[in-house]
Structure formats: C-alpha cells, structure tokens
Write a protein that binds this ligand. Structure first.
Ligand code: NAG
Ligand code: NAG
Ligand code: NAG
Ligand code: NAG
Ligand code: NAG
Ligand code: NAG
Ligand code: NAG
Ligand code: NAG
Ligand code: NAG
Length: 549
C-alpha cells in the first residue's frame, strides 16, 4: 500500500510537471498551406469570365514614347524600398533607423542602391555621363527573396519541436517567450511574394531607365534564366514589370537553361565544375565561418540560453535564429527573432555571410575564376558579335552557337542567375575593388572591409554593363559596370585606366576580358586535384601558379 502510494505520488508529480510545461506541444512544428484549394484551379479561357480582348471597350489606347531616365534625368532614383517588410529593430537599438538590421542580413538582405564611394569611386553616378549616350546594356541579376535553400532554419524548428515534446520539455522566458507557440511557416527555395515584387520593380525600373533601347531591336528580345522555380519566377516577374502583364508573353522570348547535373549553363556553372561540389567549395561553409560564429555569437549564446532553461541552446542554434530573422522577414513580413540580437551581433552575422561567400564562391576560393569565366566568354561574344568556337568551360555549345537562342545584336541583354554565380563572375571579370581589404580573417572584422555581401550579392542584386558612345555617335567607345546603382572602378582590369566615371575604352576592356579568359585555367580550377592552402591568401579565384601541379 505504501509502495503503490509512492507510485501514485510519482505519477501525480509527473503529471504536475507535465502541466507546468510552458511550451505548447505544437511549438516548432512545420505549417504549410496551398492555394488555390485542391481541384479548383481556373480553366483558361473560362466562358463565364471572358478576357479583356473578348470584352473589348478598352477605352483610349494611344502609346507614348519610351523613357530613358538613366540618360535624360539629371539624377537617378535610388532604391531604398523594403515595403511591405516591417523594419526589424536590433536588441540594443531604440528604433529601426538607428541601425538597419535589413542591411546586415548579408546575402539575405534585400538589395538597396549602393553609393559609388563604397566601391572606391566617390562622386560617380550611374546616370550616363554628359556628352555620352548609352547604346547597349548588359544586365545580370540574382533572383529575388526566397525561402531557405539550406537546412539551418528547419533544423532549429525541428529541435524546438523535439525538445518541446520530450519528457522534460523546455521553458521560454523573456524575449524568447514567443517560442512557446512559435511554428515554422517557411517552405524551401521558392520565391516569396516580396521576392516577386523585387523582380517586378527591377523590370519596371529597367524599362524607365533604358526603355528607349527597345527602338533598336529588329526582332524580339531573348532573355535568359535557369529552370529552378525561383529563377523562372524571377525572370517572369522581371518581364511582367518590363513589358507589362498584358503584353509580356508576346513581347520577348524566355530562354530557360536547365540547371542540373550534366547540363552546361554559364548561369549555373557548378554543375560542370566538380571542384564546386566537393570539399573545396565546402570550405565556405565549414572552416572559417564556424570559427567566426563561435567568436561573435558566444555572448548571445549565454544570454539567450539563460532564457531557455532545458533547451541547451548552442552557437549553431543562435546562427540559425539569425537566419530565421532574415527568412521570416522576407517571407512573412516580420520576425521576432530579429530583436534577439544586438547591433554587434548583426555586424557579426553580416561578416559571417561575407566569409562564407568569399571562401565558398568568391575571390578566396580557387575554383571560382573558372566558374565565372564562361559568362565572360559569352559577354565577349556579345560585345564583339563573334561566336564562341572553343568549348572547354561551362558554356553550352548548343545554346551559344544558335542564333535564335543566343542572338548577338541585342541592345538589351538580361540574364538571371544566383548569388554564388554573381560572385564568381566578379572574380572572373577582375573587379578588384572587392578585394581591396584583402583575404578575410576569421577572427575579427577588418576596418572598412571591402567585401560586403549585402552589397555584392543581396536578393535581386543587379549588375549592369553600360556600353557608351562618347561623344555620342552611335558607335560604342566605352563601357562601365554598375552594381546596385554604384559605379565600379575597372582599374583591376589590365589596360583600363582610372576614370572618375568608371569608364574604360571598349576595345581595351574587351582585350582585358580576352586576357582574363586566357589566364583562367578552367581545367585545373574545376578538375584539378589539389589541397586547399592554409592560410588562404587567394584573392583572384585561382590557386597561385607555384601550387598548381
Ligand atoms: C500557447 O501555448 C500555451 C501552452 O501550450 C497554450 O496554453 C496557449 O493556448 C497557446 N496560445 C496560443 C495563442 O496558441
Ligand atoms: C573605405 O573604403 C572606401 C572605398 O575604397 C573609401 O572610399 C573610403 O575612403 C574608405 N574609408 C576609410 C575610413 O578608410
Ligand atoms: C545545353 O542547354 C540545353 C538547355 O538547357 C540542354 O537541353 C542541353 O542538354 C545542354 N547541353 C549540354 C551539353 O549541356
Ligand atoms: C519550467 O518551469 C517550471 C516552473 O514554472 C519548472 O517546474 C520546470 O522544471 C521548468 N522546466 C525546465 C525544463 O526548466
Ligand atoms: C549541449 O550541447 C552541447 C553542444 O552540442 C553538447 O556538447 C552537450 O553535451 C549538450 N548538453 C546537454 C546537457 O545536452
Ligand atoms: C560542356 O562543358 C564541358 C566542360 O565542363 C565541356 O568540356 C564541353 O565541351 C561542354 N559541352 C558543350 C556541348 O557545350
Ligand atoms: C586580374 O587581376 C590579377 C590580380 O588580382 C592580375 O594579376 C591580372 O593581371 C589581372 N588580369 C587582367 C586580365 O586584368
Ligand atoms: C580552352 O582550350 C584552349 C586550347 O584548346 C586553350 O587555349 C584555352 O586557354 C582554353 N580555355 C580555357 C578557359 O581553359
Ligand atoms: C587526389 O590526390 C590525393 C593525394 O595526392 C589522392 O589520395 C586522391 O585519391 C586524389 N583524388 C582524386 C579524386 O583523384
């Protein structure tokens, strides 16, 4: 009797502990939703809902002339837009204006206009210099904001869910109280509604800035993207913004390059480059960033762990929570994770992103010059109107030798790609302003660091090559490159002299790119069996000559 009484007491105790759990059993669970409801998609055309052409009565429809604001306006309209995202506030800031968390999300930041002085050209404007005219533009851009492409945020949610449902559970107090009922609402990789608007706005902006170049087309434009859902969505939203929803399908051709193992594409070059998929690429995720995460997040880990008894919060959890801030903000418009971290910790996160890209897909990785060089070959082909004849890089022969798929006479070129491809293209083109502050150390943030991923590859980052005629004669004489509205110095490119407007003579630039194609060893960079040097002093995306064997 005494014994069973003891058991009973134990049972009551256990039930009492269970009822004391502050955390809901649903915490950390993954929530998904699909619209439209299954089985009720629209049939097009639907006789009940005739389209505009059937209904008629469109009112007046005279067209106006094309805009060319980048050439005709005295200044340009910078992009500071983050509507409808609620501006996050850092833990130690009084308001969102004191410190801009959105610009400390590294490559998960929404793109903003970057002042040219950040790249080392104070005073340069993206507005076409007076006396010049723009005769052609080359746009390469990243897709817009998306759901997570790696497992960190979902891993954190899984841990919350598992520990919430373990016998002891965990408690959530202070700023972390929200975790008691927090659920995981993110999908994977797809463009978010905000990401859609970024590309639509980029398309509208491009039409207003450069629309006049449409007058020089003799055929429909061909724009390129890749097959991934977010890539196609981005391209279509750009086109909808550029041509208008009523007209876009009839106004251009969308080339969709297959992004998968075994397919050549300069917009997804990692699939033809083994060293982009082995431990050489993984350096960006493993070695330096982990060391840095331990350095900048240990204070946050202690502080937040105190508010989560029973959870055993790790540094990796804290990093995943910072990622959740970024992803929830761009997907759901708001995230309670953002306010958990102070300004210094957001500076740390931004730097972690820079380290990851620098060593994984940027100047510090020995396979990146090779990966980016295929796009440079295509650029030279377009600038010289000469077809590529040698195929020993990621260039896809059946695309670039086909004049329908790869025309050489377009006044406007638009290519959509990924952040980790943009970063290899900068390396392949020798944009040396990003390497000014040298290889990135893993234990501190250098003063005035020149590689910031909110500038080099945020969501919807856009690189524009302006081909100019100076003085205006219709014949190309110069080129310059503009990244997120900031003008890049081209002085790292052999032959290009300093120019306050970032211009280089077109022939000199083309020769520099040809020289770059010759000096980048694709075969070794992508297929070479080498060990990654330590410390890594690489700044140009190739192993130094003396280490190649
Ligand atoms: C949050 O979780 C607690 C504990 O499980 C539960 O009592 C409460 O109803 C939940 N609140 C909401 C708003 O779902
Ligand atoms: C930081 O770097 C930029 C770009 O090179 C330069 O214009 C600026 O003067 C530098 N600032 C400081 C404080 O060194
Ligand atoms: C070239 O690209 C097309 C379209 O993506 C693809 O079908 C074809 O297989 C590619 N060729 C090679 C050699 O990868
Ligand atoms: C949570 O708090 C309750 C008291 O509110 C306590 O009984 C319980 O042990 C705590 N659980 C953990 C895992 O710290
Ligand atoms: C907490 O996590 C750390 C790091 O993963 C691990 O080494 C440690 O054993 C864990 N402690 C408990 C009590 O689970
Ligand atoms: C595809 O890329 C490889 C390099 O990875 C190259 O050797 C091959 O010639 C290319 N093939 C075509 C058809 O483009
Ligand atoms: C590219 O930059 C490197 C230095 O990083 C330089 O050695 C090389 O000559 C440059 N190549 C061209 C073609 O500009
Ligand atoms: C491609 O091969 C040719 C020789 O066939 C060589 O001259 C050229 O440098 C190679 N290009 C690359 C990028 O490896
Ligand atoms: C690369 O080289 C190492 C040592 O030289 C060797 O053990 C390894 O098998 C090689 N890997 C490949 C894929 O050839």
């Amino acid at each position: 009797m005494a014994f069973s009484g003891f058991l009973y007491a134990l049972l009551v105790c256990a039930q009492f502990a269970e009822s004391q759990k502050q955390v809901s059993s649903g915490a950390g669970s993954t929530q998904t939703f699909m619209f439209p409801p299954s089985g009720v998609t629209a049939t097009v055309p639907d006789p009940n809902f005739p389209d505009g052409t059937k209904v008629g009565f469109a009112g007046a429809t005279p067209t106006g002339d094309e805009a060319a604001a980048m050439a005709t306006a005295p200044s340009f309209a910078p992009n500071h837009n983050h509507f409808p995202l609620v501006q996050p506030i850092a833990a130690d800031a009084d308001n969102a204006h004191d410190f801009d968390v959105l610009q400390h999300l590294g490559n998960l930041s929404p793109w903003r206009s970057v002042p040219s002085k950040n790249y080392g050209l104070p005073g340069a404007s993206p507005v076409v210099p007076s006396g010049c005219e723009v005769v052609q533009v080359h746009l390469v851009h990243r897709h817009g904001a998306r759901y997570p492409a790696d497992g960190g945020p979902a891993t954190f949610a899984g841990r919350v869910h598992e520990i919430a449902n373990s016998p002891s559970g965990f408690n959530a107090t202070g700023r972390l109280k929200f975790l008691r009922n927090w659920t995981y609402k993110l999908g994977a990789e797809l463009l978010t509604p905000f990401g859609r608007s970024q590309l639509y706005d980029l398309g509208v902006g491009f039409r207003i800035r450069y629309g006049e170049l449409l007058k020089d087309f003799k055929d429909l434009p061909v724009f390129r993207t890749t097959s991934q859902a977010r890539m196609l969505d981005s391209a279509l939203n750009f086109a909808a913004g550029f041509f208008g929803l009523q007209d876009y399908a009839k106004s251009y051709h969308q080339l969709i390059e297959v992004e998968s193992q075994g397919f050549n594409s300069t917009l997804a070059p990692y699939f033809t480059c083994p060293n982009a998929n082995n431990e050489i690429a993984q350096i960006g995720y493993t070695r330096n960033p982990v060391k840095w995460q331990n350095a900048y997040l240990s204070r946050a880990q202690r502080r937040l762990a105190n508010q989560l008894p029973g959870f055993n919060l790790t540094i990796a959890d804290c990093f995943n929570m910072q990622q959740l801030c970024a992803y929830e903000t761009v997907a759901l418009g708001y995230s309670q994770f953002c306010g958990l971290f102070d300004e210094e910790e957001w500076e740390g996160y931004a730097y972690a992103s820079a380290l990851q890209i620098w060593y994984g897909a940027g100047p510090g990785n020995p396979a990146t010059a090779a990966m980016g060089i295929g796009y440079v070959q295509e650029l030279v082909s377009r600038l010289t109107k000469t077809r590529i004849t040698e195929f020993n890089t990621s260039v896809n022969k059946s695309i670039v030798t086909n004049e329908i798929l790869f025309p050489l006479d377009q006044p406007i070129y638009v290519d959509a790609t990924h952040d980790t491809v943009m970063s290899t293209i900068y390396v392949a083109m020798n944009f040396t302003s990003f390497i000014r502050s040298g290889p990135l150390p893993a234990d501190y943030i250098p003063d005035n660091v020149s590689y910031k991923t909110n500038e080099v590859n945020p969501f919807a980052v856009n690189l524009v090559g302006q081909v100019l005629s100076c003085p205006a004669s219709g014949t190309p004489t110069h080129i310059r490159w503009i990244l997120n509205d900031g003008v890049l110095p081209l002085t790292g490119i052999s032959g290009c002299k300093h120019n306050k407007n970032g211009m280089c003579e077109i022939d000199t630039f083309i020769n520099g790119m040809k020289q770059r194609i010759a000096e980048v060893d694709y075969q070794f960079g992508c297929f070479g069996n080498y060990t990654f040097p330590e410390p890594d002093g690489i700044v140009d995306g190739q192993l130094p000559m003396n280490l190649r064997h």
